[in-house]
Design a protein around this ligand. Structure first.
Ligand code: M6R
Length: 370
């Protein structure tokens, strides 16, 4: 039941704030993350002995994994690799009992991911499943499960499951950081509070849906869109591009903004549409001026720039053709806000082209064959 929405995708995007809330529910006590449910497979002493984490998934799930990498390395100080599940098991990955392999899957039935989990297990790694479907095969094949609680996702394009996966990975990173003594309780509490503030902020972002629709309608004959982001904005750029490909059948690529001058800038010609996910100007890594200068570089070559930028960021105004705003959030949490307009954009562009938003051509919701 679409509940009055024009598509399941529209409904599921609107449910993102509750998906985040539900994924946090019962997992925060006294301002700190408590993940009792993974203790069977991953007691604290096992978590303290982990020397490497491999995150596996396909498509959108792999992009949530990329965000998990930034967070887990920062908060827990453990090296993290993200790998496409279908690549992982066809090479000879180095695994040991100290390797934690975490799979990410909405359906929990993706064959590529399932086979990779089995492969990792056979080679002695411990496996954690981040899954949205209760009792799914991948969950049953893993040593422990951390469920995302996004609720059923019907549209082929993943939206609320993605944001819930990121939250689950962040919860895991916060838990690991504290168990390993890498994060103080005070720092943990601050980060948990940021997480808890997200649903309301996301609601604000989603309220700009009308603006995004207008933008998409004006671009319905566009043949190519590029997406740029840096640091945690980079996975957002990849995800924005994937959404546009799968829904609107438009050629779209996501790039790390720092990579521009190493090749992709050659693609820029007058009228090329480019979304840029702009980091906060308050960001202490000072990536903001670097991304603003990327915008200037592509603008000078005729690009039409659509910026997703923090409220109050005036530095982008002289160079961006259109600006979508996101509320202030800590640097690690911006992607959970910035991805929503890109999801909406892909959906609206597909709708403007008269395409089936929920069931794009050639795709299945869950890929249960290799
Ligand atoms: O069910 P899963 O999360 O394992 O599915 C993985 C991918 O097939 C899935 O995310 C796919 O990329 C979506 N169609 C993206 O919107």
């Amino acid at each position: 039941d679409k509940g009055g929405w024009s598509s399941f995708m529209a409904k599921e995007i609107s449910e993102e704030p509750e998906a985040l809330e539900a994924t946090l529910l019962g997992r925060v006590h006294d301002g700190l993350v408590v993940l009792d449910e993974i203790e069977g497979g991953f007691p604290d002493d096992v978590l303290r002995g982990v020397d490497r984490i491999v995150l596996l998934g396909a498509g959108t799930a792999a992009y949530s994994g990329l965000l998990g990498k930034y967070a887990i390395e920062k908060w827990a100080g453990v090296p993290v690799e993200v790998e496409l599940a279908h690549e992982f098991r066809y090479r000879d990955p180095v695994l040991s009992e100290h390797t934690l392999v975490a799979s990410i899957s909405q359906s929990g039935e993706t064959m590529d991911t399932l086979m990779a989990v089995k492969y990792a297990r056979e080679r002695g790694a411990r496996t954690l499943s981040i899954c949205n479907t209760q009792g799914a095969t991948i969950a049953r094949e893993s040593d422990a499960v951390l469920y995302t609680r996004a609720g059923p996702e019907v549209a082929v394009a993943s939206t609320k499951a993605f944001t819930a996966q990121v939250v689950a990975l962040y919860l895991f990173g916060l838990h690991l950081g504290r168990v390993r003594g890498a994060l103080s309780d005070a720092d943990s509490r601050g980060l948990v509070a940021e997480l808890q503030a997200l649903p309301a902020k996301l609601q604000e972002v989603l309220a700009q849906g009308g603006e995004v629709r207008e933008m998409a309608r004006q671009m319905s004959d566009t043949r190519s869109v590029l997406f740029l982001g840096r640091h945690v904005g980079y996975p957002v750029a990849l995800e924005g591009a994937l959404k546009l490909k799968e829904l609107a059948y438009i050629h779209a690529e996501g790039f790390a903004a720092g990579e521009l001058k190493h090749g992709p800038i050659a693609l820029i010609e007058p009228g090329q549409r480019v979304f840029v996910v702009v980091p906060s100007p308050r960001d202490s890594n000072s990536l903001h001026p670097k991304v603003v200068s990327n915008i200037q570089e592509i603008r000078a070559r005729g690009a039409y720039v659509l910026a997703v930028a923090e409220a109050g960021d005036v530095a982008v105004l002289p160079f961006a053709d259109e600006v979508l705003r996101i509320p202030l959030a800590g640097p690690m949490f911006e992607p959970l806000l910035a991805v929503a307009p890109l999801q909406q954009f892909a959906m609206e562009l597909a709708a403007a082209k008269g395409l089936d938003v929920d069931q794009p051509r050639n795709l299945a919701k869950s890929v249960t064959v290799e």
